[in-house]
Ligand binder design. Structure first.
Ligand code: ADP
Ligand code: PHD
Length: 444
């Protein structure tokens, strides 16, 4: 029988009520044999995700500060779930032992991983399924990528087609056997690994929106859901800020041609979004763009030098300076006499002064400037390459709205156009672009 891997995110396991919905979804289709879960997420806007509380406890434990308050919240959340689902409460003594580990000091990865570990143990018991600890099967290399043997190890564990499994998301182990997590939102990657390891017919990703939406619902009211999107498009959108699906979760399933469906736990009948290798011509021609995504928090270093285009190896040496400082960049738009490099602030790590110093010494530019507080917004779509006038539409609309575009970049694939604006103009830019391509954007 075909099997489906169903990954449920933090919003889908936030409390007993959500976990009951999970069970009804899993019971509804017998092919849903492999369930991957996150740690309980926010039940309402003001609350913290359990993962954030775990990182906080780890930091407090490392500073020998009492963790009683945040740890009490964590313990309370699990206890409520166990009580409301009538589960065995002996898990609480394991949670208390973990509290002692936090106080004694443990790694941030281990601390965060327990969010998913306890969540999966409770849900496995509730479903009467086998619990899988991914630290026994998934090997994560030092650079965060998945060691290839993980697929065989996990595939062998998932071999019984009649069993139902619940695996904890977000972590595995490193080459030394220590617990190691993926980057934030990484349970999506765990689900993709399980889908590939099990040779699943489909990877379902259950969340709190009815699929991938054409823009962030926190900015646009009721954005239109995307029916079908390609692996290439979703990777661009996810990387550029559509946080509903981790950009690195595409790779394991893309290599095995397993389709992904993003579904809504709170509205399971909605079709959601299908992510496939190739889009039908109908899908490509039905919309000018696939969607709009973006995020704040970038800085840009711009250099000008007359006849830069004649200076062999100029950009090579510029990128060499970044490499020496261990800084990775996002975009590198250029023209004949100028080049800019855009960095995510988190990755720049406040090294702009050091970089400028090196750039001035090694490259002797006529001018060098740093701009901070930049937001990047990407308009994404495979169909864009076939459509005349997309750029005109974007810049016409932004000009009319009085939004100053600080930088423009188009990917070589012609599948995206990236616009840099001031952080303050970020939301307005998304609204203007949504309005011009889709209509009915939220106006404020
Ligand atoms: N284009 C988009 N489509 C859908 N959701 C988006 C998009 N961009 C950002 N989001 C946000 O992603 C959230 C879902 O991701 P996440 O919180 O990680 O869910 P989960 O708890 O299921 O892992 C949505 O509630 C929404 O606020
Ligand atoms: N719990 C982890 C991993 C994860 O993927 O969570 P979620 O599925 O709720 O985005 C995090 O918060 O980063």
């Amino acid at each position: 029988m075909e099997r489906i891997v169903a990954k449920f995110g933090g919003s889908s396991v936030a409390d007993a009520n959500q976990i009951k919905k999970l069970r009804s979804i899993v019971d509804h289709d017998l092919r849903r044999r492999i369930v991957v879960v996150s740690a309980p997420g926010k039940r309402h806007g003001g609350e913290s995700k359990l993962t954030d509380l775990l990182y906080l406890c780890q930091e407090m434990g490392a500073m020998a500060t009492s963790i009683d308050e945040p740890f009490g919240l964590i313990r309370g959340r699990y206890m409520e779930i166990a009580v409301d689902l009538n589960l065995d409460q002996t898990i609480l003594s394991d949670i208390d032992r973990f509290g002692e580990e936090l106080t004694a000091g443990c790694t941030p990865d281990y601390a965060a991983s327990r969010g998913e570990y306890f969540s999966a143990r409770l849900i496995a018991e509730y479903l009467g399924a086998e619990f899988i600890d991914p630290a026994e099967y998934i090997v994560i290399r030092a650079n965060g990528t998945i060691a290839p043997e993980s697929y065989d190890l996990l595939g062998a564990r998932l071999a019984n087609l009649d069993s139902r499994y619940v695996m904890a998301g977000f972590y595995g182990r490193d080459r030394n056997g220590e617990v190691k997590t993926f980057s934030r939102g990484g349970s999506d990657i765990s689900g993709a690994i399980a889908a590939r390891a099990a040779g699943a017919a489909c990877y379902e990703n259950w969340t709190d929106t009815s699929g991938i939406l054409m823009a962030d619902p926190r900015i646009i009211d009721n954005p239109r859901p995307i029916d079908e999107i390609s692996f290439r498009e979703i990777r661009e959108m996810a990387y550029m800020g559509a946080s509903v699906f981790h950009d690195e979760a595409i790779l394991p399933v893309r290599e095995a041609s397993i389709p992904i469906r993003i579904k809504n736990t709170n509205s399971p009948e909605d079709p959601g979004t299908l992510i496939t290798a190739t889009l039908s011509d109908k899908t490509i021609s039905s919309t000018e763009i696939a969607g709009i995504a973006g995020k704040k928090g970038f800085s840009m270093i711009s250099l000008e030098k007359s006849l830069m285009n004649r200076e062999v190896g100029f950009v090579y040496r510029l990128l060499g300076i970044l490499s020496e400082q261990g800084v990775s960049f996002e975009q590198c738009p250029s023209s004949i006499d100028s080049v800019s490099v855009i960095f995510e602030d988190e990755k720049l790590r406040g090294l702009d002064d050091v970089l400028i110093d090196q750039i001035c010494r090694q490259l002797q530019p006529d001018n060098v400037a740093v701009e901070k507080n930049i937001a990047l917004v990407a308009v994404v779509g495979e169909g864009m390459v076939r459509t005349v006038g997309i750029a005109g539409k974007i810049f016409g609309a932004l000009g009319k709205a009085g939004i100053n575009v600080r930088v423009i970049n188009q990917g070589a694939s012609e599948m995206n156009i990236i616009i840099g604006v001031s952080d303050d103009d970020y939301e307005a830019t998304v609204r203007v672009l949504y309005e011009v391509f889709v209509g009915q954007g939220k106006q404020s």
